[in-house]
Design a protein around this ligand. Structure first.
Ligand code: KIV
Ligand code: ZN
Length: 508
């Protein structure tokens, strides 16, 4: 059966706008892992980064362009020759590529940020788009802070960049200021007043400062937008961006209302959401729509009664439609490869043979320490990063002790250059002492901002995840680790932070 619904493109910017969220920076290996998962999810465009921001960003965009097949690979550029050429070179290996040029247009940005008059803005935007079109067939232009730009001027800019060759025009609500009806009116205004509007795809890009990013994006679709820019779990600057999983499931659940469809494989939403949360250390609130732990949980007796009679009484989507397949099946040390592979598949992950071999080995080691392995344990094994690109230091040995007077720790670290270094320290407790020993061994002293511990599964022998947040040289870093011993988890998480600092110093 063919559908008459219009196709809306999903432009994922988790690796660019999402990564701009404080503490969400990712290593190149992590970005590649997310990009491959996004390709499997079926996004149309991956905005892989902002190549002019740093050599490390350029490398990451280039690696995604080389290694990820399927979606269009895009990079962001200011309207300058240097930025645009950097994007063109970074995305060159991709089979399908896009250059995304942006320039602010609102009076506030023109006056305070750019110090440019309206005619200069139009000239720069047109020059930027022409430069990009000389290097790439597919060019997107964004008038930054469009929602606070004078309507007539915005229409002039849009018309000029389409004449210059922009194939997509994206309308950002950069500061999350607009409201659904007003934003729909803006799109209608552009469709009515821009002479050449049919020659470009209209796109929407919303931030969530007032909690309306998804609603504003949906109203833009009602008013003619045919591309939505969004991020997994809604991560992004300040309050974040439009959440991919929410906007996609709204379009899918209310398809007859919106008369629009995406190419997203919705059963991959839950695993991709867990992957991004685990890599960025941004926890998913329990009550978050679509992917939160409580999104499909029914507590009240009346609701449970209704659900038992017919799930549609209280559920508008089925958990399996978003890839949530919880099972009461428990694995243990006698479970074989086949059982583990099946469970991993049911949880929505696809692993290559080498990756599965690593997970199976770690599964066996964990099953020796822990009688029963639940879904949370299996997920943690799959999501654990694979060591590639993980920085120079590894933990060879850790001994700790504690008494009411405080804690002591001795750590032995191995460096990638072959050296081994042992340091001891005392602290308020064993975790503090272990952190101090690592600082003494590596010579790096980041400022600890936050330290979180949580249990990933059930029982007294549950695995504990430690997440450490620090500041170093005006940047935020995060590290996490999962083991059955919380002091070891905390120590490994802190060492991951040190490794991330070393990696970003190398990439800068
Ligand atoms: O929010 C914004 O305006 C942006 C643009 C660069 C598209 O992220
Ligand atoms: Zn943005």
């Amino acid at each position: 059966m063919t559908s008459s619904a219009d196709r809306v493109m999903i432009f994922d910017t988790t690796l660019r706008d999402g990564e701009q969220a404080p503490g969400c920076s990712m290593t190149q290996a992590e970005k590649l892992r997310v990009a491959k998962a996004l390709a499997e999810l079926g996004v149309d465009v991956i905005e892989a980064g902002f190549p002019a921001a740093s050599p490390g960003d350029w490398e990451s965009v280039n690696a995604v362009a080389r290694e990820v097949q399927g979606p269009i690979i895009c990079g962001l550029a200011r309207a300058t020759r240097d930025d645009i050429e950097k994007v063109a070179r970074a995305v060159a290996p991709a089979a399908r590529r896009r250059i995304h040029v942006f320039l602010a247009t609102s009076a506030i940005h023109r006056q305070y940020k750019l110090n440019m008059a309206k005619d200069e803005i139009i000239r720069s935007a047109v020059e930027g788009v022409k430069m990009a079109r000389d290097l790439c067939e597919d060019v997107e232009f964004s008038p930054e802070d469009a929602s606070r730009t004078e309507l007539e001027f915005l229409a002039q800019v849009v018309e000029a960049v389409i004449d210059a060759g922009a194939t997509t025009v994206n309308i950002p609500d950069t500061v999350g200021y607009t409201v659904p009806h007003e934003f729909a009116e803006l799109f209608r205004y552009l469709r009515k007043n821009v002479r050449n509007i049919d020659r470009a795809r209209l796109s929407v890009h919303c931030h969530d400062d007032l909690g309306m990013a998804v609603a504003n994006s949906l109203m833009a679709v009602v008013a003619g937008a045919r591309q939505i820019e969004c991020t997994i779990n809604g991560i992004g600057e300040r309050a974040g961006n439009c959440s991919l999983e929410e906007v996609v499931m709204a379009l899918r659940t209310r398809e007859t209302f919106f008369n629009a469809q995406t190419g997203i494989n919705s059963q991959k939403l839950y695993p991709v959401s867990r992957l991004v949360s685990s890599i960025t250390g941004m926890p998913i609130p329990r009550n978050k729509a679509i992917v939160g732990e409580n999104a499909f949980a029914h507590e009240s007796g009346i609701h449970q009664h209704g659900m038992l009679k017919n799930a549609s009484t209280y559920e508008i989507m089925r958990p399996q439609d978003v890839g949530l397949t919880r099972s009461s099946l428990v694995l243990g040390k006698h479970s074989g490869r086949h059982a583990l592979r099946e469970r991993i598949k049911e949880l929505g992950f696809e692993l290559g043979d080498a990756e599965f071999a690593r997970v199976f080995e770690e599964f066996k080691a964990l099953a020796d320490k822990k009688k029963e392995l639940f879904d949370g344990d299996i997920e943690a094994l799959v999501l654990r990063s694979e060591g590639a690109d993980s920085g120079p230091w590894s933990l060879a040995e850790l001994t700790t002790s504690s008494s009411p007077a405080g804690g002591q720790a001795t750590v032995t670290l191995r460096h990638a250059d072959g050296s081994v270094i042992e340091r001891s320290a005392s602290g308020d407790g064993p975790v503090d002492a272990a952190f101090k020993s690592i600082e003494a061994a590596t010579g790096l002293r980041p400022v600890l901002r936050k330290f979180e511990l949580r249990s990933l599964s059930e029982g007294e022998d549950a695995q504990g995840e430690a997440i450490v947040y620090v500041d170093f040289n005006q940047r935020s870093y995060r590290g996490s680790s999962v083991t059955t011993d919380i002091v070891e988890s905390a120590t490994r998480a802190f060492l991951e932070v040190i490794n991330r600092i070393e990696l970003s110093r190398k990439a800068a």
